[in-house]
Write a protein that binds this ligand. Structure first.
Ligand code: NAP
Length: 327
């Protein structure tokens, strides 16, 4: 198989396009002929070495790629409920043998069939894992209730853009997004189901009297602290990433009890493998939102040989949608 291998932690130039033996699925696993692998900021952080001490994450040389669509190539022992040739999507794991390759082996428990859904493979890789994450975070972590109001930071980002649609299907009364000033025009042109998009730097003034029951924060830094001022009593903030790169940022915890607020961390890749029973409802929640046209994300597909270029674009923050690799 062809694979884009991270040969060492470092700059995007550490990728090497390599031929490797085709992997064979073991018990409980399936192999997939990959059609699309989505490139996420988490792939960039891992390649940069930011998580090199974290148990369970790959060490070089490894093949990145956590979100993959394709068709089933072979079934390992004991796998039931799938057939060879079936279109599938994999949900985020944390393994070392990822999807920047023409063939990938994954746990069957973290894979979902797409037959009959009408979701095309590029959209599946780009949106199903993130929309499934949004479904799990909004239902099982933030406990979003019908009629509540949601604020989503980095509104056009790969993960963030899945939240407004899923929140709508769960009965949210309103969804506001924030973006950097440089992304405002693109955000206003987007078909994502936000009621309003404001500039994150101006958050407090821009939302005026509006208060939010759930804040979704994949960006971090000052925006995270500013959000405390616009949360409703008993508001919950989902901490789901750090796209802004301010790793030293801290939140004043005394503000939380005084204002009746909660901060909730959620990382799907470290949660789902221990709770595979949640894969099916999460994917169903994702597919419902996608079929209703509520997760309308822009995608661009590059050849596998351009994995380094895909990573450079994410590092520059110049994507505004999702970049996919096709082997
Ligand atoms: N918790 C989980 O389970 C989970 C799952 C997937 C991803 N994540 C995390 O979520 C975060 C976003 O990942 P992603 O793949 O969605 O990334 P992405 O597609 O690159 O989106 C990141 C968004 O953050 C915004 N942003 C604000 N300040 C930024 C800055 N200084 N540099 C770059 N972007 C900035 C940008 O939005 P604007 O330009 O519109 O402002 C951009 O659209 C990452 O930290 C990732 O690790 C977490």
């Amino acid at each position: 198989m062809h694979a884009a291998v991270v040969t060492r932690f470092g700059e995007p130039g550490v990728f090497e396009l390599t031929e490797l033996p085709d992997p064979v699925p073991g018990p409980g696993q399936i192999s997939i002929d990959v059609s699309h692998a989505a490139v996420g900021l988490i792939d960039v952080f891992i390649r940069q070495g930011l998580y090199k001490e974290r148990a369970g994450l790959p060490q070089p040389p490894y093949v990145p790629g956590l979100e993959v669509a394709g068709t089933i190539r072979a079934l390992g022992d004991g796998v039931e409920g799938f057939r060879v040739g079936e279109p599938v999507v994999t949900l985020s794991g944390t393994g070392a043998e990822g999807g920047y390759a023409s063939v990938e082996v994954v746990p069957a428990a973290l894979t979902a069939g797409l037959e009959g859904t009408g979701v095309d493979p590029a959209v599946a890789a780009a949106a199903v894992p993130n929309a499934a994450t949004a479904y799990l975070a909004l239902t099982g972590v933030a406990h979003l209730q019908p009629g509540e109001r949601v604020l989503v930071h980095g509104a056009l980002g790969g993960l963030a853009s899945a939240f407004p649609g899923v929140a709508r299907t769960l009965g949210a009364a309103g969804v506001v997004g924030t973006v950097r000033r440089s992304s405002l025009a693109a955000a206003q042109a987007s078909a994502l189901p936000y009621d309003e998009i404001v500039v994150g730097e101006d958050l407090v003034e821009a939302v005026g009297e509006q208060r939010f029951d759930v804040v979704v924060d994949p960006v971090g830094g000052r925006l995270r602290t500013d959000s405390l001022q616009v949360m409703a009593p008993m508001g919950r903030m989902l901490l789901v990433g750090n796209a802004g790169g301010d790793w030293e940022h801290t939140v004043p915890t005394n503000t939380l009890w005084g204002a009746n607020l909660a901060l909730l961390g959620f990382a799907v890749g470290f949660y789902l493998p221990a709770h595979p029973e949640l894969v099916r409802p999460a994917v169903q929640g994702a597919v419902d939102a996608i079929r209703q046209g509520l997760v309308d994300i822009r995608t661009e597909t590059l050849p596998l040989a351009e994995a380094a270029e895909a990573h450079r674009r994410l590092e520059n923050g110049s994507v505004g949608g999702r970049v996919l690799l096709a082997p």
